[in-house]
Design a binder for this molecule. Structure first.
Ligand SMILES: [Fe+2]
Length: 287
């Protein structure tokens, strides 16, 4: 296996990250000592801003883990995060030079290893970055890996990815990741909350996801999600809402093979239109 660079969403921009340092499984060393003081300071600023915004918006599971992690003062050493994560759910984080191929990604998840990008965005990208960087991966994804049910879901997703590759169904399965792990909402007794990392690590989307009336919010349904296309470089036009992490795990524990067979011939659904059977959610009155 070679470690060729990977670009985001078929983008023609040159890939970020140094892939020459990657091992055959695409992991690399974090090389923590090479972060400059300015990068630690930038990370701390990103973290502080986002930490303020997630209160009352992120789900409790995320907020509790984030508080315990207490990793906002500087870029953490991955090995320290690993130790705590390992004790909680037997997950690890591993350093990667940037985006990695789907095959390598699924393999890591299937072995309870979550890839975290080693590079941090530039100060010019403080408010918005298209591709995932260290801040997105750590702040957005790592806290929920402390939740046992979500942690098992992520492993099952990796295993499902390896199977989907053999059935030419990667495009369908990628939508599941997008609309849950990256942009998922969860219904709670206090109202809608966010659990998707793409929202949690983005100031603009976090303030919009729960209160802006323009995007659709629809109850999670596996087949509906697998058919719905998404955009990678704009705010989402639809969010899918789960009742709890158990629902997510249970609905995705079934064998996807017959579902792929049924859905592959069907046209994809646009993200901005209600469909028959959709359960619609309103916006939170306060957030
Ligand atoms: Fe992500």
């Amino acid at each position: 296996m070679t470690t060729a660079p990977v670009t985001y969403g078929g983008s023609r921009r040159p890939p970020r990250g140094d892939y020459s340092i990657a091992r055959p499984d695409y992991t690399c060393d974090q090389a923590w000592d090479r972060y400059a003081p300015q990068q630690h300071a930038l990370y701390a600023r990103l973290y502080a801003r986002q930490q303020k915004l997630v209160g009352g918006r992120a789900c409790d599971e995320f907020l509790q883990a984030l508080a315990q992690l207490d990793m906002g003062a500087q870029i953490p050493r991955f090995e320290d995060v690993c130790e705590r994560l390992g004790r909680a759910t037997r997950w690890q984080i591993v350093a990667v030079p940037g985006l990695i191929p789907e095959d390598a990604f699924f393999r890591l998840l299937a072995h309870r290893r979550f890839p975290v990008t080693v590079w941090l965005r530039t100060p010019e990208e403080f408010d918005y970055i298209v591709e995932p960087d260290l801040f997105h991966d750590l702040f957005g994804h790592v806290p929920l890996l402390f939740n046992p049910v979500f942690a098992d879901y992520m492993q099952a997703y990796g295993e499902g990815g390896l199977k989907a590759q053999r059935r030419n169904a990667l495009e369908l399965l990628a939508r599941l990741y997008w609309y849950t792990v990256e942009f998922g909402l969860i219904d709670t007794a206090q109202g809608l909350r966010v659990y998707g990392a793409g929202i949690l690590s983005s100031p603009g989307e976090l303030t919009r996801a729960l209160t802006d009336p323009s995007p659709l919010r629809v109850g999670f349904d596996l087949r509906r999600v697998l058919r719905t296309v998404y955009e990678i470089d704009d705010f989402q036009r639809i969010y899918f809402v789960i009742d709890g992490f158990n629902q997510l795990f249970e609905q995705t524990a079934q064998d996807f093979a017959p579902i792929y067979e049924q859905l592959l011939p069907l046209p994809p659904l646009p993200p901005d239109r209600m469909q028959p059977g959709d359960r619609r959610f309103g916006v939170n009155s306060t957030a």
